[in-house]
Design a binder for this molecule. Sequence first.
Ligand SMILES: [Zn+2]
Length: 507
Amino acid sequence: MSKFYITTPLYYVNASPHIGHAYTNVICDCLARFRRIQGDSVFFLTGTDEHGEKIKRAADAENTSVENFVNSKVSVFKNLWNKLDISYDFFIRTTDNFHKETVGKAIKILFDKGDIYKAKYRGFYCMPCESFWTEAQVKEADGCPLCKRGVEEIVEDNYFFKLSKYESWLKSYLKEKPDLIRPRIRYNEVMGFLDNNVLEDLCISRPKKRVSWGIDFPADSNFVVYVWFDALLNYISAVGFDRDEGRFNSLWPADIQLIGKDIIRHHAIFWPIMLKALGLEPPRIIFAHGWWKIGEDKISKSKGNIVNPLELIEEFGVSALRYFLLREVPVGMDGNFSYKTIINRINSDLANDLGNLVYRVLNMAQKYFSGRIDAGNVNIPDSFNSSLHELSKEYAAYMNEVDFASALDAIWKFIGVMNKFVEEVKPWILWKEAKTDELKWFLFSLLEGIRITSIYIYPFMPRVSESILEQLGLVPEKDIGLENVLWRKRTFVIKKGNPLFPRIDVD
Ligand SMILES: [Zn+2]
């Protein structure tokens, strides 16, 4: 058993979650569930980023106190995670007292080390993105490089963190660990950036006269801590940095930190350097997923093309939505979101291939043997061998590589083999000819195949997996582990339920 510490980014609570937030958490949940059924000790962290002027303004716009505002947004996020079956172990808020204390301590450590200093700051600020840009960046993009809106020039005193001091360390560290940033395209992007730019020190304070809602800068209450510097530290404050040494040492470094590709620089440059300066190891893997787009646009609040995940769950069900997000595009690539593609996936992969198979087989077991199948011959059908073998051999590797598309491909290949087996054996003829033993072997093989399939799909669609196991007369909590994917002699006592995925009619 090994430990597995996985994190999502902290979501900024200035608006309600959209499909992009749901996507990150579904990816993490899938990995966390996979590691749990593999027997690992998982700590799955998610949470919310609640500081910054943008949030203060959003609260003002709703005529409410900022505390009320962030509390209400936190419940919106928690409600969505609940509806999406996100099995996080801890939900951190940057307004949590222990987190604020950790941020203060971390800054003090860096200050004492000489890695933080005070100086004049000149930059161009984009309020909606809460990002500072250099003159060159603003010129090149003709505005904010992220959102293209106009920016505001600002000159003021501030505290700086010495990113530049660690530039050459970061370069050689990443060169030694080309698998730390994934997928490869993002690694290349970060290395390209480091090769073409000199790292400037990071401004990590904001004067209170401009930004009032934030963590007080230690020893200088005229300033608050820059939201990104505050938020990144959650990954160590949540697991007890400088508070609970035993716990911290047992969990850090994080095994995988999932992010969207738009925040790669914060996570692949600032974050490892902050850790290094604090005397800590960088995370083992930073994995950046792509964007869901409608047409060519990234889905985002500012563009107003939000796809509401709650409505999608309402319409298609949580399992189908999770499956679609994890199946439609390889994690790391961009995907196009449309109702047509999600309905196609549901009808062909879920209703037809999987749902229909389970429904037919359980029906036959009920009809021919009153739901009790205890075969004498439990040999694996020859046609099952190669796809089952691939699954047992490759599944864990695909999952560990976050290659969900290949894992699902391999599972669906086996489902296809089972469907073909039904067509070829023609059980109704065996029944007519009273070939009871053969018919029992046929049904046992399919039930055992379905049982094994239900374990493999658990990380993707936990509810479906549990429902199948229950219909097979098994106990999900007991029978879900990956150690159970072996073909075994057993007696099935079927408890048939409703079809797993009703087809969706398209008109
Ligand atoms: Zn912007």
